[in-house]
Design a protein around this ligand. Structure first.
Ligand SMILES: [Zn+2]
Length: 139
């Protein structure tokens, strides 16, 4: 299994600003995640005027899903100088993409300290009650 230090290095390797023809800058944030079976996926944030930009976590999760993997063990986001916590939207995304999303280790600094996703999102939306709601809503 990849170490925390190696995962941070993977995120740093993909992080790097790229100015698009539209003048907006993508790649400010790089993310690396490792699945429970040891596969590593990466992503960068992308910015567009048409509002289709998204966080680096979304890119890394898309990278993972193309291999039909869903179970994240650990994830880290970095900019040019530090580790960044995920935004609220990405916390919900991670909670919903993995069966045991509440146990995902979210790295919070370069020393490798982390919190379980449930600690960062204690009242998350993907509760058993939500599944009942969705079943009712789609019938
Ligand atoms: Zn986000």
């Amino acid at each position: 299994m990849i170490s925390v230090e190696e995962l941070i290095k993977k995120a740093e390797e993909v992080q790097g600003e790229i100015t698009l023809p539209n003048g907006l800058v993508s790649g400010i944030v790089g993310v690396a995640l490792v699945t429970k079976d040891g596969n590593v996926y990466t992503g960068i944030n992308v910015e567009f005027y048409c509002s289709l930009g998204h966080c680096a976590e979304c890119s890394a999760i898309s990278d993972m899903l193309k291999d039909h993997k869903t179970e994240i063990d650990m994830i880290v986001a970095v900019d040019v100088e530090k580790v960044l916590p995920p935004c609220g939207r990405c916390r919900e995304l991670m909670m919903q993409v993995s069966k045991e999303g509440k146990d995902i280790k979210v790295i919070l600094d370069k020393e490798g300290n982390y919190k379980r996703l449930e600690e960062l999102l204690p009242e998350y939306w993907n509760t058993p009650g939500m599944n009942d709601y969705l079943e009712k809503d789609t019938n």
